[in-house]
Write a protein that binds this ligand. Structure first.
Ligand SMILES: [Fe+2]
Ligand SMILES: [Fe+2]
Length: 225
């Protein structure tokens, strides 16, 4: 049952929030967490971030009626390939045929999720495709964002260890007050604003994703009216 929060920090995973899992789910969560701790051991802050994303994703999933087990697993594994050196990551992306319409060197920071989503199914064949889709699009978003994708994308952006910016504060404040779609939209647009304001490179495909999502939202608004 979702909890109601009155404070400004309602986006934070409440201390001691308890989600009941089946024994087989507990086993998988324990194994995946141990694997993640080992994989990310060379990058302790990245490990802390991943554990925090997992808790935040689990909380968001509970709040919005999404599968909290899958959300937690996706959160644990989403930055699995952050320890892969840049040139090696680009080489792996090329081997997998990942094509973002621009030289992969330009978009290297976006590749770790897409590469992990192609590598990890061999390691965890019992996990469903939804987990890999969420991990694949956690850096760039996609035109076909489902609830689990949105949960992971938002959790990655607002987990408590992430330093607050105006955009992140706004997204955190919306959690629990508006729909998951609206929280995601806010996080997605906030991410684009961050890229533009910092003079950073914006992946051309992001504009297509923005236009597609904006069209869908406008359509849904008309349907509701
Ligand atoms: Fe990431
Ligand atoms: Fe992350």
């Amino acid at each position: 049952m979702a909890k109601k929060h009155g404070s400004k920090k309602l986006w934070m995973p409440p201390e001691g929030e308890f989600v009941e899992y089946e024994p087989w789910q507990r086993l998988t969560l324990t194994r995946v967490e141990a694997d993640t701790r080992s994989q990310l051991a060379p990058r302790p802050r990245r490990l802390d971030h991943s554990l925090s994303v997992a808790r935040t994703a689990e909380h968001l999933a509970t709040l919005y009626g999404v599968d909290s087990y899958l959300a937690r697993v996706a959160g644990l594994l989403h930055d699995w390939d952050k320890v892969v050196p840049r040139d090696e990551l680009i080489a792996r992306a090329r081997r997998f045929g990942i094509d973002l319409g621009v030289p992969l060197e330009k978009v290297e920071p976006l590749l770790h999720g897409m590469v992990a989503a192609r590598e990890l199914p061999q390691r965890y064949p019992h996990l469903p495709a939804e987990v890999w889709h969420a991990i694949a699009c956690h850096t760039s978003a996609a035109q076909d964002m489902g609830p689990l994708d949105m949960v992971l994308f938002v959790a990655d952006g607002i987990e408590p260890l992430r330093r607050e910016s105006d955009g992140i504060r706004k997204t955190r404040e919306l959690v629990g007050k508006v729909s998951l779609e609206d929280v995601f939209w806010n996080a997605f647009v906030g991410g684009i604003v961050y890229v533009l304001e910092g003079g950073r490179y914006l992946l051309p495909r992001t504009i297509d994703i923005y236009n597609s999502l904006a069209r869908t939202r406008a359509h849904e608004r008309r349907e509701r009216a």
